[in-house]
Design a protein around this ligand. Structure first.
Ligand SMILES: Cc1ncc(C[n+]2csc(CCOP(=O)(O)OP(=O)(O)O)c2C)c(N)n1
Ligand SMILES: [Mg+2]
Length: 583
């Protein structure tokens, strides 16, 4: 049964529509209050897939000038809202219908949760007047969404719609950022009330500044430690980018001559080749430094839960009190805004770095730079490999060579994407997007469309595994429909190879090739369904020309381009080989 059919006498008639059009200016509906509240929060775009429960929100968005990006699968809508938040620094918004609409968005919201991305998920619900009666698409959404959001609630009155949205938005930015979920029952959303009865928080007046530096004494303490250190290093995590502290982070590194390492979303804070940018010597620094400062990333699996760091002084800075000191002991910690803290420490240390320490650091950085060069040399034969089938390291190398200062790079896949992390060096802050700690396959399409919509002047390149590509690629058409075409590169090994490796290692070749092999797909044909360009690549020397052609074709056709690169299924990333999950 369709949603419209369930509405019976409540179905919208032409007369109702006319009534809407000539609506009394003193009267407002719940859906229009949603749009007003979103506008107040700086939301200019919602990512959505329609359903009868939520259409009044669209009507409100029309009045408020909010762009409605309608996708083909809600997972993509949620990833796009997350990606848009990452790219704009503002609240991302996904709107789904009740039941399956909400469920399809779960992976995207969960990804935002583990990546601390501020996303508001608004969902439809059956009418309150039919509460618990078994309405179409009725589910306990709030119960389901609670563990993967910072805040989840039902809106119980039309008067409070805008107020609850501002509340949910406030929660998204409390401490470390993250998603919130609000379900709005259909009768609450459709009901019209007198404007004077609506609670309408004033833009800019319902949230505090979050630029806290914690305890000023701790800032002094950290400044002292850094001024006196001979071999300091700072590792920045995604919070530094999410909370837009990258300029202060750079100033701190340069001001005190400290080598910087960058995790996840903070990759690209400094460009490769910058004297303070390091990335291939993290283990060395974690063992040899006298001071390590971790700013804006938890001691989770990506950091070996912090166990591999062995230095005399370890300081942790994070937006979330619960993250500091979690999983391992630290010397001391500061809770607050990463950028504000970096700026305050630099100021407290200003003019106090003695010459002998500066000299010691120069030597320290030379030691690290030499080790970086050795590590790069080791990778070069694989980066330059001419073998057929193509070595996945060669693809990663060619992509890196191809990136401009204005290319946003997105990785969505297993092994081929793990490999790409060893070669791809984003040139500017925000130019790196990955799923983060949830490791969700399928983020690429939503992220790519979000990056293109947020920055129409930038180029977007998404590198997919063939498994990941199959999950969400249909929304590539959505990206094109909204004028955000991108370059899709697929590292195609006809397998879920990252998992396959572990299975073969554990069960042997015969029993290991089970449940992980995919068909040989000529994905270059895919964008041609709606006028895009694609090419199959089977030789290493053809990768660079195909990338250049894709750039040209995206500019010319304003449609996405797909390069399907056949890579060797028997080459794996060291990270894949080292994983202990199967051992
Ligand atoms: C949504 C989701 N399902 C399953 C997994 C488990 N997983 C991790 S890597 C991987 C293989 C991905 O294959 P592909 O994208 O082709 O990359 P490849 O490893 O082959 O290079 C799988 C299935 C996951 N991370 N996310
Ligand atoms: Mg694969």
């Amino acid at each position: 049964m369709t949603e419209a059919a369930t509405k019976g006498p409540q179905a919208t008639t032409a007369e109702d529509t006319l009534k809407q059009k000539t609506r009394d200016a003193n009267v407002i509906s719940g859906g229009h209050l949603v749009a007003k509240a979103l506008k107040a929060e700086g939301v200019d775009t919602i990512f959505t897939l329609c359903g009868g429960h939520i259409i009044d929100i669209y009507d409100g968005c029309l009045d408020e000038g909010i762009r409605i990006v309608d996708v083909r699968h809600e997972q993509t809508a949620a990833h796009a809202a997350d990606g848009y938040a990452r790219q704009t620094g503002r609240l991302g918004c996904v709107v789904t219908t009740a039941g399956p609409g909400c469920m399809n968005a779960v992976t995207g919201v969960a990804t935002a949760f583990r990546s601390e991305s501020p996303v508001l998920h608004i969902g439809g619900q059956s009418a309150l007047s039919q509460w618990k009666m078994g309405g179409l698409q009725d589910l306990p959404h709030v119960d389901i969404m609670k563990p993967i959001t910072k805040f989840a609630s039902t809106v119980m009155s039309t008067e409070r719609v805008a107020d609850m949205i501002s509340m949910a938005a406030r929660e998204c930015f409390a401490g470390a950022y993250g998603p919130s979920y609000l379900e709005i029952p259909r009768d609450i959303l459709d009901r019209e009330i007198d404007v004077s009865r609506a609670v309408l928080p004033k833009p800019g007046h319902y949230r505090a500044s979050t630029r806290s530096i914690g305890n000023p004494d701790d800032i002094e303490k950290l400044a002292d430690i850094l001024v006196n250190s001979e071999r300091p290093a700072i590792l920045f995590g995604q919070q530094v980018w999410t909370a837009r502290g990258h300029n202060e982070a750079i100033a701190l590194l340069r001001g005190l001559d400290i080598p910087g390492y960058f995790n996840g979303g903070s990759r690209g804070t400094l460009p490769p080749g910058d004297p303070h940018h390091f990335d291939r010597t993290r283990s060395l620094a974690f063992g040899k430094a006298d001071v390590i400062v971790i700013i804006g990333t938890p001691f989770d699996f990506r950091m070996g839960y912090g166990k591999r760091i062995s230095v005399p002084t370890l300081v942790q800075v994070d937006m979330d009190y619960r993250t500091v000191g979690k999983n391992r002991d630290i010397t001391f910690g500061i809770v607050g805004d990463p950028g504000a803290i970096c700026a305050a420490v630099l100021q407290a240390a200003s003019g106090r770095l003695k010459n002998d320490r500066r000299q010691a650091r120069k030597q320290w950085m030379k030691q690290l730079t030499d080790a970086e060069n050795v590590a790069l040399e080791k990778l070069m034969p694989m980066f330059k490999s001419e073998q057929t089938p193509i070595h996945p390291y060669r693809v990663a190398y060619e992509i890196n060579e191809f990136l401009t200062d204005d290319t946003v790079y997105i990785g969505d896949g297993g092994d081929v994407v793990t490999i790409s992390a060893q070669a791809v060096r984003p040139r500017a802050p925000g130019n790196w997007m990955d799923p983060g700690a949830l490791g969700s396959l399928g983020v690429g399409t939503g992220f790519a469309m979000a990056a293109g919509l947020a920055h129409p002047d930038k180029e977007v390149l998404c590198y997919y595994g063939d498994g990941a590509f199959g999950m969400t690629a249909f929304d590539m058409e959505t990206a094109d429909r909204f004028g955000a075409p991108y370059i899709a590169v697929i590292g195609n090994n006809s397998a879920m190879n990252q998992i396959r490796y572990g299975q073969i290692t554990k069960y042997g070749a015969e029993r290991g090739n089970v449940g992980n092999k995919l068909g040989d797909m000529k994905f270059s044909v895919f964008p041609q369904m709606w006028g895009g360009w694609g090419e199959e690549v089977r030789e290493a020397s053809k990768i660079a020309p195909a990338l250049r052609k894709a750039r040209e074709m995206v500019a010319k056709t304003r449609k996405s381009a797909v390069i399907n690169i056949w890579v060797d299924p028997n080459e794996y990333a060291p990270g894949t080989k080292n994983q202990t999950m199967y051992k």
